[in-house]
Each structure stands twice: as structure tokens, then as C-alpha cells.
Design a protein around this ligand. Sequence first.
Ligand code: PMP
Length: 356
Amino acid sequence: MGTFLSKKFLDLHAYTPGEQPQDMAYTKLNTNESPFAPSPLVEEKVREEAGRLNLYCDPECRLLRQRAASLYGVAAANILPVNGSDELLYFAFMAFGDAEHPVAYPDISYGFYSVYAAVNQIPSHVIPLREDFSLDYRDYCGLHENIVIANPNAPTGILLPVWQIEEIVRSNPHNVVLIDEAYIDFGGQSCVPLIHKYDNLLVAQTFSKSRSLAGARLGFGIASSQLVGDLSTIKYSVDPYHVNRMTQAAGIAAMDTDAYYKDNCRSIMENRAYTTRRLEEMGFCVLPSSANFIFARHPRMSGEALYLRLKEKAILVRHFKTARIADFVRITIGTKEQMDILLQAVSQLLDDSDGQ
Ligand code: PMP
């Protein structure tokens, strides 16, 4: 720690991103990216835009917002494009939380929520998931605190039905309920239509997963124009040009090739069912996932051992040392070929451990 760091950050535990090896030597199933390249139109539009990099981008992201508004069935004033949905989360914590306004979220969820709370000095109200990692929506009804829930949850993959989200939003009318839909395109139902009914609902979406743009950094906040206005104030106080030219062009082109992404999502869902079945046949317990990853544990091998041995075989999955989930690994669903590489390696590891 440097001697100049502000005292308020002395106890800060930063978020640890998943490994991003730069040598492509791994079957990479650790950070929930899409295994599919962006659509050809995205590549073409990014190349065109590269020739205009001498000029600042549109801070209002007007074309992108209009396009996203028609995709989501809302007005442009209901949308804030962001530099990855992490940025939306950050803006929201900054805008709506403070020492008097704690934020509630589940004990097992996206690791950034506690970090954003800490960096903004917001008290956290951490609510345990049930024993089976499902979320009891009644824990959040009438809480009168700001709330953030990933739906489907990460790293469990478990989905809440929209009516339960609605109950949470309806019963906390004086607080912001942020629903993080990073993985909603893999079989879940979005609660975006509820923004027309509730001005305290903020939905975060990302193009990092289903739309193959993790490296471009593009997400959206979707909410009442009042919430979007507050988030815009933060954006213009931090970084007006946060969504760069190439990313704006990539996002529009991605939406113009929607059918391509829908096909890819269908493949991921098929591969998820296939991988789950095969792992269960090998004795794994796999949580029911509506995301592009699965969370699995084996009674005979610890999560850490599985992670380390797969890494030796050039396969990267994610392991968290966190209490309650240290026995699990999170496996991103890739192509059928990638899943077969994983399944073969896992089967071999289990055979080897039988022989010992
Ligand atoms: N929310 C959840 C639940 C996530 O898992 C992630 C991916 N790490 C994000 C938000 C952020 O994604 P991005 O910033 O790439 O949009």
C-alpha cells in the first residue's frame, strides 16, 4: 500500500477478476464470456468507426440509445448506456447509497456488490440464501433499504420468477431495487417491462455475455426517466465519454443482428443441458442454472482441487474460496467441443482419483 492512499480506503478489499491469460493456450471457461465471435456486421462497423477515432464520441450515445430503446420496448429517456454493466452498478451505488442508506444483497452473489458498497462507504445488509442457495423473495419485501439482486444469480445460476421481483419492487417504494440481469438471455424472463409501472426499479443489462462483446465493454441501465436522470448526473460528474466510439458502433450493429445472438443463446442452453446431464452422470451435484454457466460440486473432489487439476490440463474454470461455496466450481458454458474437452478431462480426473 502506498503512503498516499486516502485513509478511507485502508480496509478496502478490491474485487478479484477472473484470470485472463493472454496466450489462448487454455480452454477458457472461467469468466462467462461467449465462445462465439461478434457478428460480422459488428466487425465491419467497428473497423469503419476506427477511422474516426480522432473525434470524441457522442456523450449522449443518441443512436445507441434509440436503437436500444426499440429493442427493450422503452423510451430513449429510460436508457443509460454504460462502459460495461459494472459501471452501471458503480454509478447506482454512488447515486443512491450513503451511510444512512444501506444496501441489501444476498450472501452468495456477484462479488462486486460488497466492493462497491465499501468503496462508497455504504453499510451492507447481507441476507443469506437458503441452504439450497435459492433466494426467499420474502426476505426482501418491505425491507425499506436499497436492494441489489442478480437474476439469475451469480455464481449459482438460480432464477427468480418476475412476480417475485415485482413483489420486492412494489413493497419497497421508497428505495431503489436494482435487478442485475447480466445473464437473463439464457432462459430467464426480463423484468424490464416493470419499469413502466415502478419508478424505483433499475435493471442492469450487459452485452458482455449473450452478445459477445465482453471486450468492448457495453451495458445498459434501464429505468424510469427520473432514475436515469440521477445516474446521468453521476456519469457527467465522472466521465461523459465513457462509452467509446467503437463500442457505440459495435452495440448498434449487435442489435441489428439480433437473430445471430438468439441462435448463439440457444446453443449455449443446449450445451448447458448436455453438460449438466453428463456431470450428473459422473456424480456431480449441479445447481439448476438459467445462466451461461453452471455451479457444480463433486462429493469426492474439492472445488479447489478440481480447479487446480483442470488448470494443469489447460482448462480454466472459476473457484471461489468464499464460505459456503468453496466446494464448488463455476463452469462457463462454451461450444459443444469445449464442453467435450472439459467432460473428458473431468472424467479422467475422477478415474485417476479412484485409482489412488
Ligand atoms: N453482473 C454480474 C452478475 C456479472 O457476473 C458480471 C460479470 N462479471 C457483471 C455484472 C459485469 O459485467 P460487464 O461489466 O462485463 O457488463
